[in-house]
Design a binder for this molecule. Structure first.
Ligand code: GRF
Length: 195
């Protein structure tokens, strides 16, 4: 499958977005980010998009037409598939009706462990440590009607280090596991298509 156009939905710093941008620049993936939509006006992911001349938009998801705006922008930028790269809003039925099967999410745990309501950010890594899990990791999965429950595409594990603090674990999982796993998932989709 040749390079696809990726629409990114993000809410935060955008390091996963940056991993996609860098992978394209290093020719590790053929697909390119054609637009970035963010529900936080001052989120750094929008700055990252701007630096790389990628069309980027703040979407006020409190407005009732936000779903229609998201769909219109994805169509305008010819989005083939959507990546939730740290997007903290549940995807509506309206958007899923168009992109189900063409929308993936990256989550910083070995789903189904530590997924769903309340499991985002530091809370995930605190739960891993509280459970004294020996390993953790990240998951890339298709998005479905619930949160963090779609068909798993890839997972990658890492050992929890003795005495590791939650914030250090969060950063390590983000850098060492999530970023390469997301690129691996895009490469898999480029090879095998979206299923
Ligand atoms: C990542 O841990 C991602 O898995 C989670 O939110 C975080 C976003 O990080 N959903 P960033 O905005 O990509 O740096």
């Amino acid at each position: 499958m040749s390079g696809l156009k990726i629409g990114v939905l993000a809410s935060g710093s955008g390091s996963n977005l940056q991993a996609l941008i860098d992978a394209r620049l290093k020719d590790e993936i053929k697909s390119e980010v054609s637009c970035v939509l963010c529900n936080k006006e001052d989120a750094y992911c929008l700055t990252r998009a701007k630096k790389h001349q990628i069309p980027h938009y703040f979407i006020d998801t409190k407005k009732e037409n936000s779903d229609k705006l998201i769909l219109a922008l994805f169509e305008k930028h010819q989005v083939d598939f959507v990546i939730l790269a740290g997007y903290l809003k549940k995807i509506s039925k309206e958007i899923l009706a168009v992109y189900k099967g063409r929308m993936i999410n990256i989550h910083p745990s070995l789903l189904p462990k530590y997924g769903g309501k309340g499991y985002y950010g530091l809370a995930i890594h605190k739960a891993v440590l509280a459970s004294k899990d020996k390993e953790t990791g990240a998951t890339v999965h298709y998005v479905d009607e619930e949160v963090d429950t779609g068909k798993i595409i890839l997972q990658r594990k890492t050992q929890v280090k003795a005495g590791e603090e939650a914030s250090a674990l969060q950063q390590r999982v983000l850098q060492e596991v999530e970023h390469p796993l997301l690129i691996e998932a895009v490469q898999k989709i480029e090879r095998e298509g979206l299923s």
